[in-house]
Design a protein around this ligand. Structure first.
Ligand SMILES: C[S@@+](CC[C@H](N)C(=O)[O-])C[C@H]1O[C@@H](n2cnc3c(N)ncnc32)[C@H](O)[C@@H]1O
Length: 578
């Protein structure tokens, strides 16, 4: 099988199973069977996927698929990518059937590529490349108007296996530390070896987007994990503490947040070495069978298998809060499927939408499965708050990321279904009897999946019965408390049902408190993150919350005895920052 056939089959599988290209190339059983060099295969599949929205238009409008019967839509995508966009061109002899099938239509394809570029307002292919690689651009100030993407590559140091210091002295020994993220971003195109240690998340560094560490031993052995900064917020905010019960990661695959949770818990255990309050395990649920396999592999690779128990093919909503395994669950991380509207095209860990060309010309872009759904408003799906949410089809939870050609009506209906599903999961989490803390997150920029779900959850019967409220900003771990982007106040107010006009108190929801408790990350913003939303919930019943000295809160029993005495040791968390 040629590189092109293999890359096309990877794109087909990515679409069908919604799994990442990286996991297909490197970690699946099939990965061992690839004949092509994995690095070349990964690069071609990822680049073709990133460009697929444009190339689907180019190939579809050219009509090539109607005449070249040997070409499948994905095969045409990967070949057209190499024909026009890779430095070396198609890596096959000119006489090879596949090369000829595309090259003989070069003029027509090239004309369509020009039109597609102009439709996107780009004067040159390089400008289009920048747009595709990160959306927004900024001048690097070195070569006139040369533009570079805003996004760095985020690398989490896996403290289950190594330390930040060890990696900076080893893998990054030849690299230069820079004091600002901007310097990393500006180095993106020149591939300078610079890194910036993040100010908010411990053990996280940013490196230029062009820097590839995926071939390094440290990456392959799980010492380094590619994880967007925003995606590190949930585990850090949940802040599981040693000796205070077990944690559920309800929607765990592919497992980046699970392994981050394990690392945070292990840090806490290490700080408690001298007393008896160690322990705590993580239960990772994943509904999808294929993704459960990936999850298991990622956990093993990250060295988290001892502390994490995988519940493969486990629908979280089918795990009864009264089950024996649930009795000791004190914290839950809920990162459910969402619209993915915050995802950045180049973030291979989060998955990329593969667009396919039409097999008949003049149809701009053929998207994935078409779903006929009645129009509905997202907020209607969350009303009335105490009533059970409407039934959601099982497939709707798994929709691919938003597409530019979604009509407003389709998007509204889609968000309504997603929001109802997300609320259902959140309400289920709130029913766990020993639970004291929940972190809810999405990689969506839509308030319907974010602030609106938070308000609906707070107003739900289970939240009121169990005493759930938001984890206030002042109670959050230091990096999250200091994060500048908070929830959208007008959206919280809209969900509560009244306008903001200086008066922020609702009947049962404090708009200011709730919006301040929520954290948002901007897609394509100066922070170099994907679009993201995260919020914490806590309940005080039977216990009160007190500062744990980590800048956040720990549980204190009713009689005032603290379960946590990490004052002093916590300095190490903040110490990593610079
Ligand atoms: C956004 S992804 C989670 C990403 C993951 N937390 C990480 O950081 O690597 C959502 C996952 O939830 C799974 N899922 C969806 N509904 C579920 C349910 N009811 N129970 C358990 N898992 C579910 C999906 O299959 C998908 O793998």
């Amino acid at each position: 099988m040629s590189l092109y056939h293999e890359a096309a089959s990877i794109l087909d599988e990515t679409r069908a199973k919604k799994c990442s290209i990286k996991s297909l190339v490197y970690t699946t059983k099939k990965g061992k069977e690839w004949k092509s060099d994995p690095k070349a295969l990964f690069a071609l599949s990822t680049e073709a996927a990133k460009w697929s929205e444009v190339l689907a238009e180019v190939v579809g409008r050219s009509g090539v698929l109607g005449v070249e019967r040997t070409l499948s839509p994905t095969l045409a995508l990967v070949l057209t990518y190499d024909l026009f966009l890779s430095k070396r061109g198609i890596a096959l002899p000119a006489s090879h059937g596949l090369n000829a099938a595309v090259s003989k239509h070069k003029a027509r394809l090239s004309a369509e590529l020009t039109k597609a570029r102009l439709r996107r307002g780009c004067a040159t292919i390089d400008e289009l490349r920048v747009k595709i690689n990160g959306g927004s651009v900024l001048s690097d100030g070195k070569e006139g108007q040369r533009k570079v993407p805003r996004h760095p590559r985020w690398v989490r140091i896996n403290t289950l296996k190594t330390t930040l210091e060890e990696q900076l002295a080893g893998q990054f020994a030849q690299w230069q530390s820079v004091p600002t993220l901007r310097e990393v971003v500006q180095a993106a195109s020149s591939r300078e070896q610079v890194y910036h240690v993040d100010e908010h998340i411990p053990n996280l560094i940013a490196i230029p987007s062009g820097a590839d560490i995926t071939t390094s031993v440290a990456y392959r052995t799980g010492d380094l994990i590619l994880q967007d900064k925003a995606s590190c917020f949930p585990a850090y905010l949940l802040d599981p503490q040693a000796g205070k019960g077990d944690v559920i990661d309800a929607c765990a695959a592919p497992g980046n947040k699970t392994t981050h949770l394990a690392a945070v818990l292990a840090e806490s255990n290490a700080r408690r070495e001298t007393d008896n309050a160690q322990g705590g395990k993580i239960i990772a649920c994943e509904k999808d069978a294929a993704r459960s396999e990936t999850l298991e592999k990622m956990i093993k690779l990250a060295g988290a298998a001892e502390v994490v128990t995988v519940k493969a093919k486990q629908d979280f909503t089918k795990l009864p809060p009264t089950a024996r395994v649930a009795a000791n669950i004190t914290a839950l991380l809920l990162d459910p499927s969402c619209s993915g509207s915050g995802m950045v095209g180049r973030d291979e860990d989060s998955g990329i939408t593969v667009h396919l060309p039409s097999t008949t010309p003049d149809v701009p872009t053929v998207r994935g499965k078409k779903r006929k759904r009645p129009a509905a408003t997202a907020s209607a799906a969350l009303q009335p708050s105490a009533a059970p949410p409407p039934a959601v089809s099982t497939t709707e939870e798994e929709l691919p990321p938003d597409s530019a050609d979604d009509t407003a009506e389709k998007l509204t209906a889609r968000l309504a279904n997603l929001a109802a599903f997300q609320l259902r999961l959140l309400e289920h989490a709130m029913a766990f009897p020993a639970a004291r803390k929940i972190v809810y997150s999405t990689c969506s920029i839509h308030p319907e999946e974010n602030e609106h779900v938070v308000v609906a959850a707070l107003r739900s019967e289970v939240a009121r019965e169990m005493g759930w409220r938001v984890l206030r900003r002042s109670e959050q771990v230091v990096g999250m408390r200091e994060w500048h982007l908070r929830g959208q106040r007008d959206e919280v107010a809209a969900a509560v049902g009244f306008e903001v006009d200086g008066e922020t108190k609702g009947l049962e929801v404090d708009v200011k408190e709730v919006s301040e408790a929520c954290l948002r990350c901007d897609k394509h913003g100066e922070d170099g993150t994907m679009g993201f939303f995260v919020v914490g919930f806590v309940r005080d019943v039977g216990e009160t919350l007190a500062s744990n000295g980590n800048g956040g809160v720990g549980l204190v029993s009713g009689d005032g005895e603290s379960y946590d005495d990490t004052n002093g040791d916590d300095e190490s968390w903040e110490g990593f920052a610079d």
